[in-house]
Design a protein around this ligand. Structure first.
Ligand code: PLP
Length: 414
């Protein structure tokens, strides 16, 4: 295998079959959708959003949170969590620099200021020590993102939050089913947010949820996502909330309930595949997987990241990605930019309240630098999507085989 010519240079590709199909569905999703069709209650109005409620309860119970509220997507879930936790506009909220823009743009949409911190070089999740350095008198919340098959150090983050009375919102868009010392991702902080868009580990095409064990947060979430209404059972808080229609439809809830039934078995399968990948790459120093923290006792493998040593190997990452794709291994390098450097920050003064923020308001996207994030985004990270890790062992062996082939032929890529 390692002697073979690279597909990029005219050789045969390592992979000749398609990988596992995603989204994964079978007759159970088809049956559930047909039931909704027959029932005639397709959305969330008029109430009740019966299937959405049943799904939220089941997902919360699976994760270990007392309450769950469904909503339109993972971006909205973050906004709802910030609002339901009563974070005042103008507050600073600490977010990792290496994440999807929604982690930070949700903060801006709530009138707050995202304060970017670097990620840990081994896990690519928020560096808790860096977060501690950015706490000021205006900090009110912290949003760790569980990324790259890992979870942020929830012990250190919760300890930091307790010391400064910060709200912890876990962004679990990559972490359905993950566990930290036995506790489900999304059930450890004050709230945990999830996305169910098409690429995610559970999907209804679009969709989101917020989990919490605090009754008042759950009541406000329900109202905020449902045009300010107080449905029976969620009517305890005083006053009214300026909500929006962010309801999940019954179609989506029906599919998600089936997807939840598969989550545990798929999580186990991805873990086995991940271990096979890790042992297969062990001899290749220029291709290292991220490091597992043993406290993250159940990993969810949404996007598997291989860290490429561009300087050591002497071949630009883009060339490596091109060669992997020629071997028919789907992969990406610039999956995420450092959020502070992406074109949304700073953005149009008519849509981004931060653009008009007074100097000294904590808005520092011009000056912030996060070297680990910048290295990951620009030269180090190779992102491999999870369907590569849902098929038989031979699928992982092909991924490993492609990396070995490249490692043996690096000089041909220079
Ligand atoms: C880390 C992270 N946060 C939030 C989101 C937002 O989720 P959605 O696309 O459902 O709005 C995503 C989605 O890609 C994500 O990856």
């Amino acid at each position: 295998m390692s002697e073979a010519e690279l597909a990029l240079l005219g050789g045969e590709p390592v992979r000749t079959q398609p990988f596992h199909r995603w989204p994964h569905w079978d007759a159970r999703e088809a049956r559930a959708l047909h039931e909704v069709l027959e029932e005639g209650s397709w959305g969330g109005y008029p109430a009740p959003n019966r299937r959405a409620r049943a799904f939220a309860d089941a997902f919360a119970a699976y994760t270990g949170a007392a309450h769950g509220v469904c909503c339109a997507n993972g971006s909205v879930a973050l906004e709802l969590a910030i609002q339901a936790a009563r974070i005042e506009p103008g507050s600073e909220i600490i977010v990792p620099a290496y994440t999807f823009t929604a982690t930070a743009s949700s903060v801006v949409h709530c009138g707050c200021v995202p304060v970017f911190v670097d990620v840990d070089p081994d896990t690519y999740c928020m560096d808790a020590a860096a977060a501690a350095e950015r706490v000021t008198g205006r900090t009110r919340a912290i949003i760790p993102v569980h990324l790259a098959c890992n979870m942020a150090d929830m012990d250190a983050i919760c300890e930091l939050a307790a010391r400064h009375e910060l709200v912890v919102i876990e962004d679990c868009a990559h972490a359905h089913g993950a566990r930290w010392r036995g506790r489900g991702a999304g059930s450890i902080g004050h709230a945990g947010t999830f996305s169910f868009q098409t690429s995610k580990l559970m999907t209804a095409g679009e969709g989101g949820a917020v989990l919490t064990s605090e009754r008042e947060i759950a009541d406000r979430l329900q109202s905020l996502a449902n045009c300010g209404r107080k449905e029976p059972g969620h009517d305890r808080f005083e006053g009214a909330m300026l909500g929006h229609n962010y309801r999940l439809t019954e179609w989506q809830a029906a599919i998600l309930s089936v997807q939840l039934e598969r989550l545990e078995a798929q999580t186990r399968q991805r873990e086995r595949a991940l271990q096979r990948l890790e042992s297969g790459l062990r001899e290749l120093p220029m291709f290292r997987t991220t490091e597992r923290d043993p406290r993250n006792d159940t990993r969810s493998a949404y996007q598997v990241i291989v860290r490429y040593d561009e300087a050591g190997a002497g071949v630009p990452r883009e060339r490596i990605l091109e060669a992997l794709r020629a071997e028919n291994i789907p992969c990406e390098g610039d999956f995420y930019d450092p959020v502070y450097a992406c074109e949304l920050f700073p953005m149009d003064p008519l849509t981004n309240p931060l653009a008009a923020a007074p100097a000294g308001a904590g808005h520092d996207v011009e000056s912030v630098r996060c070297p680990v994030t910048e290295r990951a985004a620009r030269s180090e990270a190779i992102w491999l999507p999870h369907p590569l890790f849902l098929g038989p062992d031979g699928d992982v062996d092909d991924v490993v085989g492609a990396f070995h082939k490249l490692a043996a032929r690096l000089t041909a890529l220079r």
